[in-house]
Design a protein around this ligand. Structure first.
Ligand code: NAG
Ligand code: NAG
Ligand code: NAG
Ligand code: NAG
Ligand code: NAG
Ligand code: NAG
Ligand code: NAG
Ligand code: NAG
Ligand code: NAG
Length: 827
């Protein structure tokens, strides 16, 4: 009996762990093992005589950011590959205020920043207001030239930092851990289909964003290595200050330095370079039901009907690979999806959308139009000898689209047009680009491309590996925009992602597992991505692998409802887990969590809009808003949605309380988002009681939270009135914002058709007024209910609910329109 149990445990733990024979650790990759313990010594001499200092780059994004500097270090006559497509347009340059050259250094001034190139020992130091913030070290700089590639290394230190962040994507804590030799491996940054990924690991995953931020008291800075090759980064956290040692496989040493000085500034500096997501169509912020796989059109019909019958809101249903004919993308399975147009019409009649999977590899089969046309036009990736690269994909032997080839990009985009993808309609509103690391089923190469495959122009995959997925979603995005003549905002979900992918696609944290730890890691991973501009992030609710317990599923729904992308997904052959298959007892908390998501739709939509204007994250770690409180620097199982909603993930079974951090100081109250009059002051760690019904969610005092009454879909909520919940501060004031547009088109951008309002509450007056005075506001806004929370002299909350103004006029009859502020008097 004992033996048997032991055996079972063994089997379980070995199934749900990454295969370390397939995925290489540092000691099995030359780049890492040969460079990791590189001796510090001067290898290069700096000759300042005759040196020319290019001007500073200024990012060309939505709002120029001046505190971005570039450093490029290359051999003379270098042939290193420089990537395109990551930056959102070419940065413009501004002149330095002054450059002072001496025999030993060059000092470069601009505004309150200074950069110094020191000749011996070589280093480049950056100062903000005379505080040393970033040092590019010369003593670990190496530039090698080998036959097929050009590895290099360099060190960077952040003297003010208490922690480093970034280097997405890893299933790890938000604050990067020390990876000293002998300890855990350095963080590996390479797009890889990491099957059965493990928690708190530095192994490479689907995404690769080579950005790192250092943060300490009153000082945040960062850097972006503009390079798409494999990377390993050793992290050393010192008592004060932190170091990162970069080992890059290939390409150029092309750095952008961000000088902060706050977390808000560095995020804006980075997003001003690589761009922001456009507004998502509003239905994509609702609930998505997915499963590998809904195998026929009847299933689609049934799932939607059951969700409706059981009062679960839903906006989209997803089809995995089974919707295709023999795994050939851009075709329908004629047996099980015999009438896709009827399926799409039926979905559309209930305001629901369809999203389908579409990968970057194509079945090697004569007569399959995509294969034939791509082969004839030379659109596939190549081997060194010029033959077409083939390997194992879903349909067996396959070839991979070479998105670096502009004609292949154009061709691939055109496949999404209605005339080329038979039986599709606008109700097929989104596309899921999976496997684009590019993943293969070839275990000899860690399930990805071997090093010696080539792209258009003879470019080695080595030089662009990490941006292959970016190139695919760029083409998909163009295809979907063209399909609807530029009128509708497309939706794409991608698994692989790189710097700049945020302009085209949302992403999710891939094939996670049904364990409690995967709830909190989804907060950590999505928070990290949000700091790196990649805001539209979510995790498979319930866990992709394995079967969740009912409690785990409930807790996952409750947490997942507070991540930007909200989708349940599960593995082939897993038990059905649509929320309606469970007992009413289990359904209740799930339904409540989903409705709370829909209720807060105006908050989500406003934040996504504000992201397009500023680059600001949608969900934020506590350190973003409380950068001087070192107790929050490592908190990553709590998030703040925007500025005002504090959420804690519950990631343990059977708990009756959780330890939660309330920031902001003793004069700031956090009031329960369930409006049940519980509240806590911002004085730090507190044990908060929890039941299975809900996770802790609190509104910040001083904020106004706009909500709506939840309905069966986001479309059904379009004309509903707003509820404004105002948690008044000690001066009896509160503020917020609200954004409204047609929810689907690009008119908000192309013809400024939107309403963007500031919300202000002062005791018994609530005022809605336009933020941009240049335009007439285009949308009428009805506020049906106002809730105010004040704290009386004893510090007890007093909640008042108003449906009529002081004159007895129902609030729903008062609307904001045009330009004039709407003043609502409550007393
Ligand atoms: C690296 O992986 C190999 C093969 O799985 C293993 O034998 C070795 O112990 C690993 N090295 C380290 C330092 O973990
Ligand atoms: C760089 O290229 C130029 C022109 O081809 C050549 O004259 C020069 O010697 C090269 N410099 C080095 C360091 O290779
Ligand atoms: C941060 O800056 C504020 C305002 O300048 C200052 O009062 C505070 O002492 C600084 N904190 C630290 C830890 O340096
Ligand atoms: C159609 O669906 C059924 C039931 O799920 C499945 O057994 C069958 O293999 C599917 N046929 C095709 C062609 O995919
Ligand atoms: C669409 O709905 C109609 C009416 O309920 C039904 O008869 C038909 O089978 C549905 N079509 C598909 C493809 O599910
Ligand atoms: C798997 O990769 C290896 C090494 O690149 C290659 O030799 C082999 O042909 C590949 N296998 C298949 C089935 O393509
Ligand atoms: C799309 O439909 C057209 C017209 O029925 C047909 O000629 C063509 O073969 C179809 N394409 C595919 C890929 O099925
Ligand atoms: C796009 O524009 C073309 C030409 O004006 C028109 O024929 C086509 O119907 C339009 N397509 C859509 C989806 O609006
Ligand atoms: C209240 O008003 C005073 C005076 O304007 C200001 O200093 C203080 O910061 C305000 N308090 C809050 C919580 O906004």
């Amino acid at each position: 009996m004992v033996y048997k149990l032991f055996f079972l445990l063994l089997v379980i733990s070995s199934v749900y762990a990454a295969d370390h024979e397939v995925y290489r650790n540092c000691s099995r990759v030359d780049l890492c093992s040969q460079n990791r313990e590189l001796e510090r010594q001067e290898r290069y001499k700096v000759i300042l005589e005759g040196a020319v200092f290019a001007q500073e780059w200024q990012a060309s994004g939505y709002k120029p950011q001046t505190a971005v500097k570039t450093v490029q270090i290359e051999e003379t006559n270098s042939s290193r590959y420089h990537i395109n497509d990551a930056l959102d347009g070419e940065p413009t340059v501004v002149n330095f205020d002054d450059v002072q050259l001496s025999l030993t250094s060059a000092e470069i001034y601009l505004g309150n920043n200074k950069a110094v190139v020191n000749v011996s020992p070589f280093s480049i130091t950056f100062y903000t207001d005379d505080v040393l913030t970033v040092v590019v070290e010369g003593d670990r700089l190496t530039l090698q030239k080998e036959e097929l590639h050009t590895p290099f290394t360099f060190g960077v230190s952040f003297p003010q930092a208490l922690h480093l962040y970034g280097l997405h994507e890893h299933a790890d804590h938000l604050a990067l851990q020390t990876t000293a030799p002998g300890g855990v491996d350095p963080y590996r940054v390479k797009t890889i289909d990491l099957n059965n990924y493990e928690l708190y690991s530095t192994m490479a995953m689907y995404g690769a964003i080579p950005v790192i931020y250092g943060h300490g008291f009153n000082s945040t800075s960062g850097l972006f290595l503009h390079n798409a090759a494999e990377l390993w980064v050793e992290i050393t956290n010192n008592e004060v200050g932190a170091d990162a040692f970069f080992m890059a496989d290939s390409g150029a040493l092309d750095l952008f330095i961000f000088l902060g000085p706050s977390p808000v500034d560095v995020v804006r500096q980075y997003t001003s370079l690589t761009g922001v997501a456009h507004l998502p169509p509003i239905w994509t912020l609702g609930y998505h039901q997915c499963r590998w796989g809904y195998a026929d059109q009847q299933d689609v019909q049934t799932v939607i009907a059951e969700m409706d019958a059981n009062d679960f809101p839903i906006d989209a249903i997803w089809l995995d690979i089974q919707h295709t004919q023999e795994m050939k993308f851009f075709t329908w399975n004629s047996e099980n999806f015999s009438d896709p147009v009827s399926m799409l019409q039926n979905l559309s009649s209930t305001n629901r959308y369809l999203v389908v999977l579409s990968d970057c590899h194509f079945k090697k089969q004569e007569g399959y139009f995509v294969y034939d046309e791509s082969l004839a036009n030379d659109y596939f990736m190549k081997n060194l000898d010029g033959t077409v690269y083939e390997d194992e994909g879903w349909p067996g032997p396959s070839s991979w689209m070479d998105y670096l080839n502009p004609e292949a990009q154009e061709y691939y985009s055109s496949l999404y047009l209605y005339e080329n993808w038979n039986d599709t309609t606008p109700t097929l509103g989104g596309v899921w680009n999976d496997m684009n690391e590019g993943a293969t089923f070839n275990f000899t190469n860690e399930r990805t491309f071997p090093y010696d495959v080539y792209h258009y122009g003879g470019v080695s995959n080595r030089d662009i590996h990490n941006m292959y997925g970016l190139l695919q979603v760029k083409a998909t995005h163009k295809g979907l925009i063209d399909r609807d003549n530029g009128t509708l905002r497309p939706f794409i979900l991608t698994r692989a992602h790189f710097a700049g992918s945020q302009r085209y696609a949302a992403f999710w944290t891939g094939d996670n597992t049904a364990q409690f730890g995967f709830i909190s890691i989804s907060f950590s991973m999505c928070l990290n991505a949000n700091l790196l501009g990649t805001v539209f992030c979510g995790a498979d609710i319930g866990g992709f692998f394995d079967e969740p317990t009912e409690e785990l599923l409930q807790r996952f729904f409750q947490a997942g409802a507070w991540l930007p992308f909200f989708r349940e997904h599960s593995n082939l052959g897993s038990e059905r887990r649509e929320p309606y298959v469970f007992s009413e007892e289990v359904q209740g908390p799930i339904r409540d969590a989903m409705k709370m998501r829909y209720e807060h739709l105006p908050v989500w939509y406003t934040l996504f809009y504000e992201h397009t204007r500023t680059g600001d994250p949608v969900i934020r770690p506590l350190l973003y808003h409380y950068p001087d409180d070192s107790d929050v620097f490592e908190i990553d199982d709590q998030l703040i949605l925007g500025r005002d909603i504090l959420v804690k993930a519950v990631d343990e079974a059977g708990v009756e309380s959780v330890r939660m951090y309330f920031p902001g100081g003793e004069d700031l109250m956090w009031y329960s988002a369930y409006l049940d009059d519980t509240f806590y002051p911002g004085t730090g760690w507190i044990d908060v009681p929890v039941t299975i019904d809900r996770i802790p969610v609190y509104y910040r005092q001083g904020g106004i939270v706009p909500t709506k009454v939840p309905e069966a879909s986001t479309t059904a909520m379009k004309d509903g009135f707003y509820v404004l919940t105002c948690v008044l501060d000690n001066n009896h004031t509160a503020t917020g914002t609200l954004y409204v547009d047609d929810t689907l088109s690009f008119e908000y951008k192309d013809s400024q058709k939107y309403s963007y309002l500031s919300l202000e509450a002062l005791e018994y007056d609530v005022v809605l007024s336009p933020i941009d005075d240049s335009e007439d506001e285009d949308f009428d806004i009805f506020v049906g209910v106002i809730v105010t929370i004040t704290f009386d002299d004893d510090g007890k909350p007093v909640k008042r609910i108003y449906t009529h103004d002081v004159d007895g006029v129902p609030l729903v009859e008062k609307k904001f329109q045009g330009k004039e502020p709407l003043v609502i008097k409550l007393k």
